[in-house]
Structure formats: structure tokens, C-alpha cells
Design a protein around this ligand. Structure first.
Ligand SMILES: *Cc1c(COP(=O)(O)O)cnc(C)c1O
Length: 390
């Protein structure tokens, strides 16, 4: 018998060696959470500046209590079979009210929510136009839909208009992140809306990093831009970031949600979000709505970080959001700076190609309202020291 397993092992070893050579090998470390910002990696305690828990809600006792309140952990089936629970319905309604949308569909993750939207609204003969730095799930979603995908230079509305000007007999979808996940900058939503509206293209905004964090009452970048459901008929968000939970949603008209329920395969053919998670998300939404102080504190920390970084000549990207990437350039350098920070007790993960374009490896530093100003100042000092050594 010939050994197929041996062949596979040789192929895997070759691929692994290629990744190591290109400084693209990744590994996981189990991190024990000690509190909202401190983690332990088995060797040492670290201050975490690499989470998306922007409001410090992941460790909030009210969320933990909601998860233990007797609601089942597992839905036991997909939503259309028997997995849809009162907790799901209640949270969908609360969230629709908060986002000022008619309706909300809870999905198991943001990745799946984006696949649901693209594959059920577009197909062969249609066109999807995206910012070049859109999240990987939006790229994969467009590819899976079978529509013609074009990507315009980052934030370039002229580029978007040129792509939209191409012949297309089918439907057009314009897709953008509200806040870009690796750069922290914002999409120019009003001009993007105008460009889309001029050609009757439907606008999809993935506001994974905006909802809860920015905009009036934490309603996100779309609301901040003065746009509503008519201008942005498809709004996607995740519960894994500011909400400190897991899962995601699509918000829009009743008809949109009905369409997704019936046609989105990544909603239909997957187990419904854990009911206990929907209960926790309800508790998180209460904090998102009531705790304006978390957003104010976070905005203050962002200002502090930028002022201090600038005064020490650290190279930041243009961002006023909690995502504050520090551009390093080469992947191996980003890794060594990140390792040096770890020695000093700070977790700031290096983000390398292919997640970001070649030559733009960075430390993706993220701030949370659970951080204290002294911790941010400590990070800046450590960054300065680590970047100074070769
Ligand atoms: C994190 C993220 C997602 C994926 O959301 P998950 O719920 O983690 O799957 C989608 N879009 C953007 C812009 C994100 O940052």
C-alpha cells in the first residue's frame, strides 16, 4: 500500500518551511484572562493591548450572570429547525430598536453574516465593489457569491465611481467597513453613499469596530455620518468586539431579514447562536446603551495614546479610533518588537502579511475603556524603548 499520509506530511512540512522562511508562521498561545486587561500566558502576566473588547464588557459580571441564568448553552439545531429561542427574538428586537432599524437577524459570527449578505443579495452577473482593505470575510463573501468583484484603492471614492461605471446588467453592491480593522481609519460614508445612490447600487456597511464604540449613543459610524436605513439598507455588526460576546447580526428592513432567513445558506445551515450568548448580548447591549462613560473614557485614552506617541516620534497611522496601529514595516522586525514588548509585560501582537500588504507589518495596538491612563503611558515608554533597540 502506498502511504497517502506520508505524502501529506511531506507537503505540509514544505509549506511550513516556506512560511517560516517568510516570517509568516503563526502560533497560538493559550491566554488565561485575569481581569478585563490582564492575561497570563503560562510564563508571565501581560497587559493586553491586542483585544477588540473596546468597552471592557467581555469580563463584565452582568454578562456572566446572564449566561448562567438558566438559558441553555446550546441551541441544539439551526434557527429554522428548532434552534430559535425567545432569547434570540428578544435580543433581535432590542438591537433593532437600538440601531434604529426595522429588523435584525442574529448570525453565528460576523464572517458568516457577511457570507449571508453577499451570497443572498448577489450572484453571477452582478457586481460587488469593495474597498481594497475590506475585511477578509467580505472578500470571501464576494467570491463565494459568484458576482464580479472589483476592489478600489483604500478610501478612494473616485476609484469606487470608476469601478461602478463599468458595464453591468445585474445588481450592484457597494461594500465597505465602517472602521477598517487593521488600520483603524474610517470610510467616507457620505460620499460612498452618494456614489452608490447615483447608480442605484445597494450599500452594505460592516461596522464591526464602530457599533458600541462611536457615533451617537454608540450606534456606530453610519449613524455618526447622519445616514439611516434608507441610505445604508444593509448594516452588519459583530457581538465579538465592543459587545464582549460572540456572534453577529445583519440589520435592515423587515423584508431584508425575511429574505436572509429564507435564502442565506450560512444562516440556514448552521447551528443557531447559543441562547445563553443571546442573553449575554442583551446584558451587553444594556451596558452599551447606558454606559456612555465607557466611550468617553476610551476616547480620552485614544487621545492620550496619540499625543504621547507623537511627542516621542512613534509612527502612527491616521486613526482616531481605538485601533492604533504602529507601522514597523518588515515582518521579522514587527515580530521582534512584539517579543521585546512581551518581555516588558505588554501584549501587542504583530500583524503581518498576508493579513496586511507587504512591507506594512505593524503592531496592532487596541485600546479599551478598561485600560487606565498609567497603563497606556507605560505602554508608550515600553514601545519607545523596544523600537530604539535594533
Ligand atoms: C471581526 C470582523 C468580522 C468578523 O466577525 P466575527 O464575528 O469575529 O466573525 C467581520 N468584519 C469585520 C470588519 C471585522 O473586523
Amino acid at each position: 500500500m502506498t502511504s497517502i499520509g506520508g505524502e501529506l506530511q511531506r507537503w505540509l512540512a514544505a509549506r511550513s518551511a516556506e512560511r517560516v522562511h517568510a516570517h509568516r508562521q503563526r502560533e497560538r498561545r493559550p491566554l488565561r484572562a485575569l481581569d478585563a486587561v490582564r492575561v497570563h500566558d503560562g510564563d508571565r502576566e501581560l497587559l493586553n493591548f491586542s483585544a477588540n473588547d473596546y468597552l471592557g464588557l467581555a469580563s463584565h459580571p452582568e454578562l456572566a450572570a446572564a449566561m448562567r441564568s438558566g438559558v441553555q448553552p446550546g441551541a441544539g439545531a439551526s434557527a429554522l429547525v428548532s434552534g430559535y429561542r425567545p432569547e434570540h427574538r428578544a435580543f433581535e428586537r432590542e438591537l433593532a430598536d437600538f440601531l434604529e432599524r426595522d429588523s435584525v437577524l442574529l448570525c453565528s459570527s460576523g464572517y458568516l453574516a457577511n457570507l449571508a449578505v453577499a451570497t443572498s443579495l448577489a450572484g453571477r452577473g452582478d457586481q460587488i465593489v469593495q474597498d481594497r482593505l475590506c475585511h477578509a470575510s467580505l472578500i470571501d463573501a464576494a467570491r463565494l457569491s459568484g458576482a464580479d468583484l472589483s476592489r478600489y484603492p483604500h478610501l478612494d471614492v473616485g476609484g469606487l465611481e470608476r469601478q461602478l461605471g463599468k458595464d453591468c446588467d445585474g445588481q450592484r453592491l457597494v461594500v465597505t467597513d465602517g472602521i477598517f480593522s487593521m488600520d483603524g481609519d474610517r470610510a467616507p460614508l457620505v460620499p460612498i453613499h452618494e456614489a452608490a445612490a447615483a447608480l442605484n447600487a445597494w450599500l452594505v456597511v460592516d461596522d464591526a469596530h464602530g457599533i458600541g464604540v462611536t457615533g451617537p449613543g454608540g450606534r456606530g459610524t453610519v449613524s455618526e455620518a447622519g445616514l439611516g436605513q434608507d441610505e445604508v439598507p444593509v448594516l452588519v455588526g459583530t457581538l465579538g468586539k465592543a459587545f464582549g460576546c460572540s456572534g453577529a447580526f445583519v440589520a435592515g428592513s423587515r423584508e431584508l431579514v425575511e429574505h436572509l432567513v429564507n435564502e442565506a445558506r450560512t444562516y440556514i445551515f448552521t447551528t443557531a447562536l447559543p441562547p445563553a450568548m443571546a442573553a449575554a448580548a442583551s446584558a451587553a447591549l444594556k451596558r452599551v446603551r447606558e454606559d456612555q462613560w465607557r466611550r468617553e473614557k476610551l476616547a480620552g485614552l485614544v487621545r492620550l495614546f496619540r499625543e504621547q506617541a507623537r511627542s516621542r516620534g512613534l509612527e502612527l497611522l491616521e486613526s482616531d479610533t481605538p485601533i492604533q496601529p504602529l507601522l514597523v514595516g518588515a515582518a521579522d522586525r514587527a515580530l521582534s518588537v512584539s517579543a521585546a514588548l512581551r518581555e516588558r509585560g505588554y501584549l501587542a501582537v504583530a500583524i503581518r502579511p498576508p493579513t496586511v500588504p507587504r512591507g506594512t507589518a505593524r503592531l496592532r495596538i487596541t485600546l479599551s475603556s478598561a485600560h487606565e491612563p498609567e497603563q497606556v503611558e507605560g505602554l508608550i515608554e515600553a514601545l519607545e524603548a523596544c523600537l530604539a533597540s535594533p
